[in-house]
Design a protein around this ligand. Structure first.
Ligand code: ZN
Length: 197
């Protein structure tokens, strides 16, 4: 039987279209003007990455499934977009460590996956989570990572590139992220926690 499931398509909302406070001295080529005005399918393609202030935690998506269950997706941003990034072995080891250790603190972790731009991760959780609850989970997990003596599953049996890891690099990134704990819920450089509608 063909599934009757219909996927809800979100009505386009107004793009955040304020003038860009270019606090970091990044160039604003005229070719980028208006690039965020067209609504796109991917949530992060509608985020003006010039306006955020990493590190931060940001609710990127919330989906209600047909049976009523809720899934939330958080943007866990380690590095300032287009200014800095994490090296791939650092990302890889953070992925392994966070994926394993976060589940010591929560049984509602669905996934923790790196962004292709190498500036952060998406943390997907089952059920409603406030930003502060997510911050507590991230803080507990990163604190565990600082105490780790090895990267879990960093071998040819359990991983697709078992040699591509750095415990020290992951711990350095975790330490830097934890040092900014007070600012995690301030997503934007102008102090906002959320994009204005
Ligand atoms: Zn791996």
């Amino acid at each position: 039987m063909v599934s009757e499931l219909k996927f809800g398509v979100r009505a386009p909302s107004t793009a955040p279209n304020q003038p860009t406070p270019n606090t970091r001295g990044l160039p604003r080529p005229s070719s980028l003007e208006g690039v965020t005005e067209q609504r796109m399918n991917v949530e992060s393609f509608n985020l003006d990455h010039r306006l955020v202030a990493a590190p931060y935690l940001r609710l990127a998506d919330r989906k209600q499934l047909p049976q009523g269950d809720v899934i939330v997706k958080y943007d866990v941003r380690f590095a300032q977009p287009n200014v800095a990034h994490l090296e791939m072995p650092v990302i890889h080891s953070l992925e392994h460590l966070f994926a394993e250790k976060s589940r010591d603190h929560s049984d509602r972790v669905i996934d923790f996956s790196p962004m292709g731009c190498q500036t952060g991760f998406y943390l997907i959780l089952q059920g409603e989570h406030t930003p502060e609850q997510v911050a507590e989970l991230v803080e507990a997990t990163l604190t565990d990572i600082l105490g780790a003596s090895e990267v879990p599953a960093a071998n040819e049996v359990q991983c697709g590139w078992g040699a591509n890891h750095t415990l020290e690099g992951a711990q350095r990134a975790a330490r830097n992220f934890l040092a900014e704990r007070d600012g995690w819920l301030t997503v934007f450089a102008d102090g906002r926690a959320e994009a204005s509608a």
